[in-house]
Ligand binder design. Structure first.
Ligand code: CU
Length: 139
């Protein structure tokens, strides 16, 4: 008992010193975590559901219903107020385009709609700012 107490007293770091160092390390860790958050948040969004090879700054996916109703969901970075995406719906086999209606669906969100007049392979070409993306749709 006596030996233990002596050993404890002889240790270089008292309890309060250890507590201060621990608190300091935790504080520095928290600061580093907080500082890294903006860097993580700037990683561009990942690939879309379609087929664009390049890294793009917007996200898009498309679905086609059994009747040929095509809906394209597009999410662009906010802060480009008034600037929306351009969407072309094109059938390469017949060099055929169809009218596209683009609707705003909330901040940075758009829906493009078209009716595909015939079954086959279609391309949805989306442009936003200087970026473009292509989604292949089979109906
Ligand atoms: Cu056609």
């Amino acid at each position: 008992m006596k030996l233990r107490r002596d050993g404890y007293r002889r240790s270089r770091h008292s309890f309060s010193t250890v507590a201060i160092w621990t608190a300091g390390a935790v504080f520095v860790g928290l600061i580093l975590m907080l500082a890294s958050i903006p860097w993580i948040a700037q990683v561009p969004p990942g690939a879309n559901a379609g087929g664009a090879a390049d890294v793009i700054s917007f996200e898009a996916s498309a679905i086609v219903g059994a009747s040929g109703a095509l809906t394209v969901f597009i999410a662009v970075p906010t802060g480009h107020s008034g600037l929306g995406p351009d969407v072309d719906v094109f059938m390469p086999a017949h060099r055929m385009s169809v009218p596209v209606e683009i609707l705003s669906a909330g901040p940075g969100a758009y829906q493009a709609r078209a009716i595909l007049p015939m079954p086959g392979a279609w391309e949805v070409r989306i442009r936003f700012a200087d970026e473009s993306s292509l989604i292949e749709v089979q109906w």
